[in-house]
Design a protein around this ligand. Structure first.
Ligand code: ZN
Length: 133
């Protein structure tokens, strides 16, 4: 499962309308994609810095994962995503290592990536995502 790089950092925000211009100024680059991921109840916005992306996440449903995260912890870093050769294999391997999985099988995330999450209780409190093309 050895990751090649950090594919993106996910940041939970209350409003893309407010945070996109802020990040465009901060990073000196334009947001290149805004996309809704319906099954996750989020709207995402992407910026590219080198080969790593910043993914802003706005909740579309207070009961969804980002809605609940913001209610509990407020805005901030939500997850770290590692680029792997094959997210399906990486999840299987993590499972055999005894790590607790949120996704036992990979599913489709933003930008058509195959993604899957490990549970933060088995990763020292960090929500970790594997993603592959
Ligand atoms: Zn992500």
């Amino acid at each position: 499962m050895k990751p090649s790089h950090i594919e993106h950092l996910g940041i939970a925000v209350k409003s893309l309308t407010e945070s996109i211009p802020y990040y465009e100024k901060l990073l000196g680059t334009q947001c290149y994609n805004v996309e809704e991921v319906k099954d996750q109840h989020v709207k995402t916005a992407f910026f590219l810095i080198g080969q790593t992306k910043i993914e802003l996440l706005e909740s579309t449903d207070p009961e969804g994962p980002i809605g609940k995260f913001i209610e509990k912890k407020g805005e901030g870093i939500h997850h770290i995503a590692f680029a792997v050769e094959n997210a399906i294999d990486a999840l299987t391997e993590a499972g055999t290592m005894g790590l607790s999985l949120i996704d036992k099988v990979a599913r489709k995330g933003a930008e058509g990536m195959n993604i899957g999450f490990l549970h933060p209780k088995s990763t020292h409190g960090v929500l970790i995502e594997f993603c592959s093309k």
